[in-house]
Design a binder for this molecule. Structure first.
Ligand code: PHE
Length: 370
């Protein structure tokens, strides 16, 4: 038997005995690598005489091809076996019950918004929406904020970069009151299908949404939520405002009645204006409504200012109305005993697991609000 035949036999046998792809690779390097045995033979052909090369060349090349093919075949076989073994080891038994996992839950702010919407819907209010990025006209001017008046800065407004062409400076809306304007300006085209377009009175809407102010401490976050209310009709007066809000607050806190007082205040867009306080006892880290001598402010309200009606094309001698705006997150904290405002928007799933609501507990008046 020639040396070549012996070498081939040895190699094929060794290949046959490999058990892993790593061993196959080691053999490949040993035979066909840069300094491998077969590579050495191939290199040696350069020094052969033409006759010898004619005789040995095909033998060496054949040896290389056969050993190469055997290595590749063995490698493929072992890879397939290794994959089978891995698939077997990693097999998932789909009949096993799934391990308990954190499910999503409804944020208290959204839960409370839904509660409020359910309540006001029953009182005949429709839901209207406006854009988060608002123009100066809707956020300030039409609401009777005088031009260049510090009141615009008073809201700790986030201003956007001025438009290079028009110089217009949009704002992140500082309150939901601009939706009042959008709801009242009949004929004004809404910039998007979901945005309130103006309607003829009578109008009865609430406008829930996000609002923004440059403010951050234990009781303020730069983004927060408000619900606006607006009623426009004939012969509307403060009594309607008071009755609506007192009924709302009692039902929201699920009590027969909540002690409330209306304290004179100032807003440019209402006259007269008031803040509504509810009586409570906050001692001992708990909130008890209708007890103690503390009064807590929960919303701003008032009769729609005649100048606002005029800015919306309504005749103040024919139409009157009231408006109110309240902080949804604050009311959620009060109702559900959430002590700190800031973690509400940290997106920490542990906080949500604790304070969140089941998605199946959608508030409605038939089965109860909370
Ligand atoms: N927009 C006022 C605020 O954010 C609240 C308000 C709304 C007051 C409607 C009166 C009428 O403080």
């Amino acid at each position: 038997m020639t040396d070549l035949a012996q070498l081939e036999l040895d190699l094929i046998q060794a290949i046959g005995q490999t058990a892993t792809t790593t061993e196959v690779e080691a053999l490949r390097v040993q035979a066909l690598g840069k300094t491998g045995t077969i590579s050495g033979l191939l290199k040696g052909m350069g020094a052969m005489s033409p006759e010898e090369r004619r005789e040995k060349g095909p033998m060496i090349n054949g040896l290389r091809d056969r050993v190469g093919a055997a290595l590749a075949a063995k490698k493929a076989e072992l890879e397939a076996a290794e994959l089978d073994a891995r698939l077997l080891a990693e097999r998932i038994d789909l009949t096993l019950p799934a391990p308990p996992r954190r499910r999503g839950s409804v944020h208290p702010t959204m839960q409370v918004m839904d509660e409020m919407i359910a309540l006001f819907a029953e009182m005949g209010f429709a839901v209207a929406e406006g854009p988060d990025i608002e123009d100066d006209f809707h956020n300030f001017t039409a609401l009777n904020f005088p031009p260049k008046h510090p009141a615009r800065e008073m809201h700790d407004t986030f201003f956007l970069k001025p438009d290079p062409e028009t110089g217009e400076r949009k704002v992140l809306r500082t309150h939901t009151s601009p939706v009042q304007i959008r709801a009242m300006r009949a004929g004004e085209k809404a910039p998007a299908p979901w945005i309130a377009s103006g309607q003829e009175p009578p109008i009865r809407i609430i406008a829930p949404g996000r609002t923004f102010r440059k403010d951050s401490d234990a009781t303020h976050t730069p983004m927060f939520h408000q619900i606006e209310g607006l009623v426009i009709d004939r012969d509307i007066h403060m009594g309607h405002l008071k009755g609506t809000l007192e009924a709302f607050v009692a039902r929201f806190f699920e009590m027969d009645q909540v002690d409330a007082r209306f304290r004179p205040h100032h807003f440019p867009f209402t006259e007269p204006s008031a803040e509504m306080d509810i009586r409570c006892d906050r001692s001992g880290g708990r909130l008890r409504l209708n007890e103690g001598e503390d009064w807590m402010e929960i919303l701003g309200c008032g009769m729609v200012h005649p100048k606002v009606l005029i800015a919306c094309g309504l005749d103040p001698d024919e139409w009157q109305g009231f408006a109110f705006g309240m902080g949804v997150d604050r009311l959620a904290m009060l109702k559900y005993g959430i002590p700190d405002l800031r973690p509400m928007f940290d997106a920490d799933t542990r906080w949500l697991a604790h304070y969140g609501f089941s998605a199946f507990a959608a508030p409605n008046l038939a089965t109860g609000l909370s």
